[in-house]
Design a protein around this ligand. Structure first.
Ligand code: ADP
Length: 719
């Protein structure tokens, strides 16, 4: 009885422990929620090992994702060896039959010494989830409670494994779903991107199209504007020869309205009747063969205007490069003005050629020598007279400088005068000098030299007109005679100025004669007559008479030449003659003379020779006044001009010492001179000549150095 109750108590205790273990076991799944199968099994094996004092627990799970981790083992701490899950699994698979699942199995020396009882526990209805194998060396193993506990544990595990499997499947499905959603989303995004790209491409294509369309419109508008604003006439024509375009310039030039000519054959509108046949043939030939004699060239022809006029035009026809039947554009320019210009140019050219020919014939046939030299003084051209005068050919002259043929003594003066010309100080100069001929002999020439202003085509050059004056020098003797004639007139005129003193001289002996004769009579009438006194007075009378006679003889000798009668003459001519007479004297004195003679000078009435004598006297006085001048040019200007009163005025301006203030007051009175060899009667004679001509002579100081002596003669119509 006692043993019975003891056994019951033990049983109760065992049952209670079993119940406790069951409760603990049933509490386990609370921690398994959402867990991994291996973690669930690990947890379960740990709990069972500690509850049932087993030697080992092995689990093999099927359908787990990772077969390697589908086995698990828990070994009792009492074991000295610690086989791993795979080693344990291998041993179990070789030692245990498949049907061992039905009942406990006894094995010997399974890893440890002695017997060990193995209890298989199926997981799932047909082991579909796996198997748990519990092993214990206890001989009472498995007790009923242990079996119960192991079965409950296996069932719990199966439930939760399935749960976990479902959960895992759910997760897998869910993640697959997520993956698919993500894949789909990515695909959609890619499609979307593609679509966006396509849209962008389409948009850019549309924009490009719009741009091109705008550009096309703009280009068309631009072309239309070019067509409209072109100064050239633009006329387009189709393959049938009909007008398809006619721009405003064409309307202006040809006078047709665009709307009236569009569609009409060009040949009937612009081409003059005389050229139509040719046009038709040429056009047909081109259409048939592609050949053309007018395409791509500039041609001149005539075009027909609306009013029937035919005008010269320059045309350029181009074939328009495009598909379909050919069409053509013609560019036409009215060249009426150009033609006229060309005609005018041709005429001008002919005139120029004629003028050049005339000039050349003047140059060639001139009676005096003509030489052209560059500004350096090298000969450019010479005429036959010049060549003959010097004995050089034209080609030889081209190698020479004018100084090469000028004698040494004349070179400095000549060079200085040329320098003045080039500096613009004088417009021309005259020089008498000597050239050395090619054969070495000398020739005296009188040169008039000037600068000829150049043009676009011809640079400035020097022009020398050269006259051989050898013959003229021969004539100078005759001129000297003329000069002495003038001097004689001067003397005569001077004597007229001296009339007062001469009269005085004659008067004296005359009154002496009268007085002596009266005294003589008185002495003879005395009583007795004073014969000796009368003789003496008679002697004195004779002496006085002789004296008077001498005076008269002298006067007769001086007045021997008769003065010439007044005549009408040209003062310029008279002055030029005097200048010509003075040239050599001027040159001797290194004086350059410039004459400035008025062209509108009235002719004057008077004694030409007397007036020339006055001019000569003024020129000589000018020369004398400059004879001591060394620091400046010795220049003499002879000028004639029409006087305000209608008369003719002549003035001689020098650059000499000027009028001496000491004699300024008495300049025109006789016997006032500042010259050692002067008589001082030139100016007084000149003034008296002027007065006898109702003219006037006066002197004035220059603003610069020198003096100006002028006279004016009334014009012939005033006298
Ligand atoms: P002559 O020439 O013999 O002296 P004129 O009657 O011709 O006699 O001249 C009188 C004087 O007048 C000269 O001595 C000179 O002093 C002055 N005279 C004349 N012409 C000029 C002149 N161009 N410049 C300066 N003084 C002059």
């Amino acid at each position: 009885m006692a043993a019975q109750s003891e056994g019951s108590a033990e049983e109760i205790k065992g049952l209670r422990r079993c119940i406790n273990d069951l409760v603990s076991m049933l509490a386990l799944p609370a921690a398994w929620m959402g867990g991994e199968p291996l973690r669930i099994m690990g947890n379960l094996l740990d709990a069972l090992l500690s509850m049932l004092s087993l030697d080992f627990l092995y689990v093999r799970l099927k359908n787990t994702a990772d077969a390697a981790t589908g086995e698990m083992v828990r070994i009792s701490p009492t074991w000295a060896v610690k086989p791993g899950p795979q080693e344990m699994g291998e041993r179990l698979r070789t030692s245990v039959d498949d049907d061992f699942q039905e009942s406990p199995l006894l094995l010997s020396n399974f890893f440890v010494e002695g017997d060990i009882t193995l209890v298989p526990l199926r997981l799932g209805l047909h082991d579909d989830l796996g198997i748990i194998i519990a092993g214990s060396r206890r001989s009472d193993f498995p007790q009923q409670t242990e079996r119960l506990l192991l079965n409950v544990a296996a069932n719990e595990a199966a439930v939760w494994l399935r749960e976990a499997s479902l959960l895992s499947e759910e997760r897998r499905v869910s993640s697959e779903l997520d993956r698919r959603v993500a894949q789909r989303t990515a695909d959609l995004a890619a499609i979307n991107d593609e679509l966006q790209r396509e849209i962008a491409e389409r948009k850019s294509a549309e924009e490009k199209f719009l741009r091109e369309e705008t550009e096309l419109k703009r280009s068309q508008a631009h072309k239309a504007a070019i067509l409209d604003s072109s100064l050239d006439c633009i006329v387009a024509m189709d393959h049938q020869g009909c007008i398809t375009e006619f721009n405003p310039a064409a309307e202006r030039v040809f006078g047709y309205k665009r709307e009236n000519v569009l569609g009409k054959p060009l040949a009937h509108v612009l081409i003059p009747p005389s050229l139509r046949q040719q046009h038709h043939l040429g056009f047909a030939h081109h259409l048939a063969t592609g050949e053309s004699r007018v395409l791509g060239k500039r041609l001149e022809m005539t075009a027909l205007c609306a009013d029937g006029r035919e005008i010269p035009v320059e045309i350029a026809i181009a074939r328009i490069q495009q598909d379909g039947p050919p069409s053509f554009t013609g560019y036409l320019r009215d060249i009426t003005a150009r033609k006229q210009n060309e005609d005018a140019l041709l005429e001008a050219h002919t005139r120029l050629a004629q003028s050049e020919e005339r000039w050349r014939s003047v140059f060639e046939s001139s009676a005096i020598g003509v030489a052209l030299a560059d500004l350096e003084g090298r000969f450019i051209a010479t005429n036959p007279v010049f060549q003959k005068m010097l004995g050089y050919t034209e080609q030889e002259f081209e190698q020479l400088h004018f100084l090469d043929i000028t004698v040494e003594e004349d070179r400095d003066l000549n060079s200085a005068l040329v320098a003045d010309l080039l500096d613009g100080k004088r417009r021309e100069f005259e020089i008498e000098k000597q050239y050395r001929r090619k054969n070495g002999s000398l020739v005296s020439v009188r040169n008039s030299v000037s600068v000829v202003s150049g043009s676009d085509r011809v640079p400035r050059f020097l022009l020398a007109l050269s006259e051989d004056v050898t013959r003229r020098h021969l004539a100078e003797a005759a001129l000297d005679k003329a000069r002495s004639e003038l001097a004689h007139v001067a003397r005569v005129t001077a004597l007229s100025a001296l009339t007062a003193s001469i009269a005085h001289e004659v008067n004296q002996p005359l009154s002496g004669i009268v007085t002596n004769a009266s005294t003589c009579l008185r002495m003879l009438d005395a009583d007795p007559p004073n014969v000796e006194g009368a003789r003496e007075t008679a002697r004195r009378t004779i002496r006085d008479g002789n004296r008077a006679s001498d005076v008269i003889t002298r006067l007769r000798a001086l007045f021997g030449k008769k003065s010439t009668p007044f005549e009408l003459f040209d003062l310029n001519e008279a002055a030029q003659e005097v200048i010509a007479l003075s040239v050599s004297e001027l040159q001797r004195n290194r004086v350059t003379l410039q004459s400035n003679l008025a062209t509108d000078l009235p002719s004057v009435l008077g004694d030409r020779i007397q007036v020339q004598q006055v001019i000569l006297n003024l020129i000589r006085n000018g020369l004398d006044a400059m004879s001591t001048v060394e620091d400046r040019q010795r220049e003499l200007l002879v000028m004639t001009e029409r006087d305000e009163g209608g008369g003719a005025r002549l003035s001689v301006t020098d650059s000499g010492v000027g009028i001496d203030p000491q004699i300024e007051e008495k300049l025109f009175e006789p016997f006032h001179t500042t010259k050692g060899d002067g008589m001082g009667i030139g100016l007084s004679v000149s003034r008296s000549i002027m007065e006898s001509h109702q003219g006037r002579l006066w002197a004035a100081r220059n603003e610069g150095p020198g003096a100006t002596f002028s006279f004016v003669l009334p014009s012939s119509t005033n006298t």
